[in-house]
Write a protein that binds this ligand. Structure first.
Ligand code: CU
Length: 179
């Protein structure tokens, strides 16, 4: 699309409409936090794994993604790893009686047959523990997700600064304030 627009603009350098279309397209792409990216393992589609930026010295960070199960059997996300973390836990954040709580899901998260589960700020998330380095916006890191049936898939987490709730401060319950 971009290439088409450039060639259009080059051919019609006096064409103000062409410039306006190009400007609009560039603006559109510029405001996207990151291009969506995805991974596939078996019948599972992993959508846009990302992690929130962390302040210097933070020892924990949050990771998010979606998992769509196109299969006829349920599967379970049982564990994960990340290059930047000593270990990764699967957590659920929820609000009970107005209080934000977080718990570790030792049995993982079930992805129902034909369903989709979103790991997002305020709900299910991956918790990167013992961070080896701050997570900086625009960078990315490698990790794995392991499912009970589909097995292990290599993924890449993009680090983004936006999109998380202030409630993520509840991670101070892990001993170190997160972002
Ligand atoms: Cu957590």
């Amino acid at each position: 699309m971009i290439r088409y627009l450039f060639s259009r603009v080059l051919r019609h350098t006096e064409d103000r409409v062409g410039f306006l279309v190009l400007a609009a397209a560039l603006t559109f792409f510029a405001v996207q936090p990151a291009f969506a990216h995805g991974f596939k393992v078996g019948q599972l589609e992993i959508g846009h794994p990302w992690a929130r930026t962390t302040p210097a010295g933070a020892k924990v960070g949050g990771g998010y993604l979606s998992v769509e199960n196109e299969g006829k059997e349920a599967d379970t996300l049982v564990s994960a790893t990340a290059d930047v973390a000593g270990r990764v836990e699967i957590h659920e954040m929820s609000v009970k009686d107005g209080v934000m709580t977080m718990r570790m899901l030792a049995d993982g998260v079930v992805i129902p047959a034909g369903g989709e589960v979103k790991f997002a700020p305020g709900g299910y998330h991956l918790m990167f523990m013992d961070l080896k380095q701050p997570l900086k916006e625009g960078e990315s890191f490698k990790g794995t997700l392991t499912f009970a049936k589909a097995g292990t898939v290599n993924v890449e987490f993009k680090i983004e600064g936006m999109g998380g709730p202030a409630g993520h401060d509840a991670h101070s319950g892990h001993g170190t304030p997160a972002n």
